[in-house]
Design a protein around this ligand. Structure first.
Ligand code: FAD
Ligand code: MLT
Ligand code: ZN
Length: 459
């Protein structure tokens, strides 16, 4: 067979013809991001089976000078996981190795294993993953490390950076770096897992990750609290964090987001009287501790004068129903149209003022710009979503991010920079920082072939 593309012939030899996809309909789901804001066609979608094949594919693409976009579950929300300019799309989903050490409380995981799969295996052995996110059944451990995902339990266990003991990765020319299994204590120079966590596929491709696990706390209690203002919710978070050592999550929703979720899911309103702010708090402990957790959470909320009303659940189904008010925000917003997703952190002292002022910032972009906001309030992280402006109109993104910068916040709390925030990064970080980041990129990927256009631009 005569091929129009010699690179693809070489790649077929390396991973098998079935795993070099070029048919448009088969490639479509790899080429469009979760929000549908970012899409473009790939030169091919290549699906290596193991770390050795990943290294060979990268070496081959390097020899041909072909840019590569790594992809895990494609749940990223900043446009960094899909092609932009006919790159080779390197899908890591076939890297499915999963090995659990129940004595050490650690797991060695292929980059393509989903978070949900690790959670299921770990929980049977009494362990759990410290990070949890709504996209658990699709997001991969490789993608979560590459974005340093934060999620719902960050206030207790930290982001992905705190869960990673070591990694095995491939540089753009196919060189192997790092090693697994890793040791908990090992100060033998630069730690690749630290350098690569949050690098968004721009420095190397993660192939295997060594995770530390946390104890599985199967007794859980969830409460929704009705509050009047974000100031009240911030004060309530502070009280709960001080009084409840068992606290694992503190999330906030606003009345219009709750209305949207109720319309989208057919859930009833959580409170008889509508609440401007709904705070979700979750506590966790060992089996048999449910009653103690209910009492502790109930007492802490009861002693918080700002709380107007509460709903508390400890049974699994009832807890899941309360979480649904919070977790269904992402899909409910997507159903309205293509969202501009701005994931930001503010200092605690600025959260309430920002949450008020951002309404005017968004409204300035026309009467059709609709704002829906929620977030991981316990971490100062708000998800500002705007629906209305055209997907490629970035004026509202710029205005919101500039407000964040002016208030001392971060333009990316947990989703990363990707394509969506690359231009704003130059306003958020000093030029000297960016120059140093480019020097690291240049050293590891001299031809800028790995995920070009994501996170940093070359100039
Ligand atoms: P992808 O989307 O495939 O890729 C993301 C980035 O990582 C890209 O730049 C890609 O090039 C790079 N990458 C992927 N795999 C590798 C690899 N093996 N080696 C090198 N680079 C790689 N995020 C949060 O932080 N907290 C949340 O609470 C949260 N909730 C979410 C809820 C929903 C419903 C959805 C849709 C998304 C949510 N996200 C959240 C965002 C997303 O799930 C995370 O960013 C996740 O870490 C992405 O994982 P992924 O496997 O889908 O990566
Ligand atoms: C969330 O916390 O809901 C996620 O980060 C996803 C989103 O921002 O839509
Ligand atoms: Zn989030």
């Amino acid at each position: 067979m005569v091929s129009a593309d010699p690179l693809l012939d070489r790649l077929r030899d390396l991973v098998g013809t079935r795993h070099v996809l070029t048919e448009r309909d088969v490639c479509a789901s790899y080429e469009t991001d979760w929000t549908q804001r970012y899409h473009s066609s790939a030169r091919a979608v290549v699906r290596p089976a193991d770390p050795a094949q990943v290294r060979s594919v990268l070496a081959c693409c390097s020899e041909h000078g072909a840019p590569v976009v790594p992809q895990g579950g494609n749940t990223g929300l900043v446009g960094g996981s899909v092609p932009r300019n006919h790159e080779v799309l390197l899908s890591l989903r076939r890297l499915q190795h999963l090995e659990l050490d129940p004595i050490a409380g650690e797991a060695v995981v292929g980059a393509g294993v989903t978070l949900g799969a690790v959670q299921d295996r770990a929980r049977v052995a009494g362990w759990d993953v410290g990070v949890d996110i709504g996209a658990r059944d699709t997001a991969t451990i490789g993608g979560m490390v590459a974005t340093n995902a934060g999620g719902l339990h960050l206030l207790r266990y930290g982001p992905m950076a705190d869960q990673v003991l070591g990694c095995d990765a491939a540089l753009v020319d196919g060189t192997r770096i790092g090693h697994v299994p890793a040791l908990r204590k090992d100060n033998t120079g630069y730690r690749w897992e630290r350098i690569l966590t949050g690098s968004e596929g721009t420095l190397a491709v993660l192939t295997t990750i060594h995770l530390r696990l946390v104890p599985y706390l199967s007794a859980r209690v969830v409460a929704l609290a009705a509050l009047e203002t974000i100031e009240d919710a911030v004060r309530c978070c502070s009280v709960l964090r001080r009084r409840l050592p068992s606290l694992v999550a503190l999330e906030a929703c606003l009345a219009d987001g709750i209305d949207l979720v109720c319309a989208h899911t057919a859930l009833p309103q959580p409170f008889a009287e509508g609440a401007p702010v709904v705070l979700l708090a979750e506590c966790a402990g060992q089996p048999g501790e449910e009653d103690r957790l209910v009492a502790a959470l109930g007492n802490a909320l009861g002693e918080t004068p700002e709380v107007r009303d509460t709903v508390v659940a400890s049974a699994a189904g009832a807890r899941a129903r309360l979480w649904r008010y919070r977790e269904a925000h992402t899909e409910a917003v997507n159903a309205l149209g293509i969202p501009h997703k701005l994931d930001v952190t503010l200092p605690a002292s600025e959260l309430a003022r920002f949450a008020r002022d951002v309404h005017a910032t968004v409204a300035a972009h026309g009467p059709t710009a609709r704002l829906v906001m929620w977030g991981h309030l316990g971490d100062g992280n708000l998800h500002v979503n705007v629906i209305g402006p055209e997907p490629d109109d970035t004026r509202v993104d710029d205005a919101v991010l500039d407000l964040v910068i002016a208030r001392g916040g971060s333009i990316s709390a947990e989703h990363g920079i990707g394509v969506a925030k690359r231009a704003a990064l130059a306003r958020a970080r000093p030029a000297t920082d960016l120059a140093a980041m480019r020097a690291v990129k240049q050293a590891l990927d001299p031809s800028w072939l790995l995920n070009p256009g994501a996170l940093l631009n070359q100039a």
